[in-house]
Design a protein. Structure first.
Length: 110
C-alpha cells in the first residue's frame, strides 16, 4: 500500500489557485478587482490564521508585484494582507470562483 501525501497536494492546489487568480487579473489588464456588489453575488470567504483562525469575506483583490493582496470586509482601515502569507491553504477555491465570476460578468457586459 502506498501512502498518499494529501498535505502536498493541498499545497500544490493552493499555489495553482493563486497562480490562476494572478493570471486572470493579468490577462484582463486588471491591477485590482472589487468583489463588493449590492446582491453579494461575488462572495469570496477565506480562513486566515493570525492569533486565531477566522473566516473573513474578501472585498477586493489586487496584484502587488508577484503577490496577491486582499482586503477583508472586517478590516475597518485600508489594510491589505498578503493572500499567500496568512491564509489557510485549502480554502481559497471560493475566492477563485468569486474572482472568476466577476471577471466573466465584466467581460459579458456590452
Amino acid at each position: 500500500m502506498k501512502r498518499i501525501n494529501y498535505a502536498a497536494q493541498r499545497s500544490d492546489l493552493f499555489q495553482n489557485i493563486i497562480t490562476s487568480i494572478k493570471t486572470m487579473l493579468v490577462e484582463n489588464n486588471l491591477d485590482s478587482i472589487s468583489l463588493e456588489d449590492k446582491e453579494d453575488k461575488y462572495l469570496g470567504y477565506i480562513i486566515r490564521s493570525g492569533n486565531q483562525l477566522e473566516e473573513v469575506l474578501v472585498t477586493e483583490v489586487k496584484l502587488d508585484g508577484d503577490s496577491i493582496l486582499y482586503k477583508a470586509k472586517e478590516n475597518t482601515d485600508d489594510q491589505w494582507s498578503d493572500l499567500e502569507e496568512d491564509v489557510v491553504a485549502d480554502n481559497v477555491d471560493m475566492l477563485y470562483d468569486a474572482v472568476y465570476d466577476k471577471i466573466s460578468d465584466m467581460n459579458n457586459v456590452s
